[in-house]
Design a protein. Structure first.
Length: 181
């Protein structure tokens, strides 16, 4: 629970420091960072067993916390940009990059959800299960907010077809939460 509060407080601090218009290149860079963190989580989860849980769980929690911080900050930046009176218009290439980035983001967090779900039997029998549940709930909320904000500024991204969508990723996280409860 303390980690969740820390994440929320950190996110709020990041939110309060946003003053400039959204730079799509920065958002895409952040999505690359999320993909990298997600890749580490998937690797750690795929090697997770009763002997590695104590060393892997803190890194998994840390990486998920960093993902939540990034998406909270970026979602707020996008939200403040779309609510301003000087909303910038994005070029076609920026919109294409945003859609590609959204798909990469959804794929990355979808893989995290799947990997965590596949290893919940190991996690559920540890003292980390409550923290994991709180963190999964936080990331699920952040994913939904971030994805929705991208779709708000670039509605054409909604037309992109992929095996990962906001709905499918949310369903994966909900399945994780259900298994942990």
């Amino acid at each position: 629970m303390q980690f969740k509060r820390f994440t929320v407080i950190t996110g709020m601090l990041a939110i309060s420091s946003v003053h400039a218009a959204v730079n799509m290149t920065d958002i895409i860079g952040d999505i690359g960072d999320i993909a990298s963190l997600a890749g580490e989580i998937v690797t750690l989860c795929s090697n997770l067993d009763i002997t590695t849980i104590l060393t892997s769980a803190p890194k998994i929690v840390e990486n998920i916390g960093q993902i939540v911080e990034i998406i909270t900050s970026d979602a707020e930046a996008i939200g403040s940009d779309t609510n301003s009176t000087t909303t910038s218009l994005y070029s076609t290439s920026d919109e294409t990059e945003a859609c590609d980035g959204l798909q990469m983001f959804l794929e990355s967090v979808g893989q995290v959800a799947g990997s965590v779900a596949d290893n919940l039997d190991v996690v559920s029998n540890t003292p980390f299960s409550g923290a994991v549940s709180d963190i999964i709930s936080s990331i699920k909320d952040g994913v939904d907010e971030f994805g929705s904000k991208i779709l708000e500024i670039v509605p054409s991204c909604n037309e992109t077809t992929s095996s990962y969508s906001l709905e499918s990723v949310e369903a994966s996280f909900n399945a994780c939460l259900e298994k942990l409860s």
